[in-house]
Design a protein around this ligand. Structure first.
Ligand code: ZN
Length: 335
């Protein structure tokens, strides 16, 4: 049964599928095990996303500073709030599980809790890859083909092959790469920019990220589509925050400087809660493989990706759940 379903997904992906074009630099190319792991990480996302777009990621290994595992940057663009919001609504229209997206507030309905001195300015922002998934055209021509640049440290000891388990004390490279690709696809929050500005005594006019449209205070969150539209989103670093789509509430991190010590563009750290929400956890356990999971995919589903339902083999479930106990006690590093 599972084999039949997997075969179907392959047929689908040959017609409509996300292509992640890894533009590997010389040092990464010269390390076949690392390149293979990077490609497996990309495939974890692309095999489960049906949008017929190409996302280009410049990827490499390089000598980075002591203690730095890797660094990543995405091309982030902004546009008129209603332009992006209406694209999200249109993109989700054919997806039975995405009815809540139609209840996203219009610009006139939108409000948010912000630190003193910050204001909303009528724009939304998103990664270029995310805007492609929403159907915006001409982005590569206008802003260059690169959607994100991801560089991992060549000085750091990774386990490049988790097929025989991840060695104790080592970070799994595929897990780290999948995490960074998640940011590139659009798992980002403006709260990190606000957090840094607060620490520098600065303020700015805020263009929330698409994912921020689902970010509510843990204590002030919606319970039906009508108040999903009208409830203020929460972009205050340090305020307990959740992704709320009315079917689930998933905790976010609240800020590196003025929050829980983790960048807000992540799920809440399982080392603080005991619950691993997904690969977009802010820190990486050593000795563990963490797959792209249902919650990670749900976040991308809400911001405009079309998710292909691929059954997870029972053996992988067992493998993943068997790791859960280890994650909480393993040494963790920020990603
Ligand atoms: Zn991260």
């Amino acid at each position: 049964m599972a084999a039949v379903l997997i075969a179907l997904s392959v047929v689908t992906s040959s017609v409509h599928a996300l292509t992640i074009n890894l533009n590997a630099g010389a040092t990464l190319t010269a390390n076949p095990a690392a390149l293979a792991a990077f490609n497996r990480a990309a495939n974890q996302w692309s095999s489960q996303i049906a949008d017929p777009i190409t996302v280009t990621i410049d990827a490499n290994l390089a000598s980075l500073g002591a203690g730095v595992i890797g660094q990543a940057s995405s091309v982030i663009l902004q546009a008129n709030y209603n332009n992006v919001r209406n694209s999200m609504v249109a993109d989700s229209a054919g997806e039975a599980d995405d009815g809540i997206v139609a209840a996203l507030p219009t610009a006139a309905q939108f409000s948010a809790f912000l630190p003193t001195g910050f204001s909303l300015g009528g724009n939304l922002s998103a990664s270029k890859a995310n805007l492609k998934a929403l159907g915006f055209a001409g982005l590569d021509a206008g802003f260059g083909t690169t959607d994100a640049t991801i560089t991992f440290s060549s000085n750091f000891s990774f386990d490049f092959d988790s097929s025989n388990g991840v060695s104790a004390g080592l970070v799994d490279f595929e897990t780290a790469a999948a995490h960074e690709i998640g940011h590139a696809l659009g798992f980002i929050s403006i709260v990190d920019v606000i957090d840094a500005a607060v620490s520098n005594g600065q303020t700015f006019v805020v263009a929330p990220r698409t994912l921020d449209l689902f970010r509510f205070g843990a204590g002030v969150n919606p319970s039906n589509p009508a108040n999903f539209t009208t409830t203020a989103r929460n972009f205050v670093p340090g305020n307990a925050a959740i992704l709320d789509d009315l079917s689930s509430e998933l905790a976010f991190s609240t800020g590196a400087s003025n929050g829980d010590g983790r960048q807000a563009s992540h799920w809440k750290d399982n080392s603080l809660t005991g619950t691993l929400v997904g690969v977009m956890d802010p820190t990486l356990a050593t000795g563990a493989f963490v797959p792209v999971g249902a919650n990670d995919l749900r976040a991308l589903d809400l911001i405009g990706y079309d998710i292909t339902v691929v059954p997870v083999p029972a053996t992988l479930y067992l493998f993943a759940s068997g790791l859960m106990g280890l994650v909480g006690i393993a040494r963790k590093r920020a990603v």
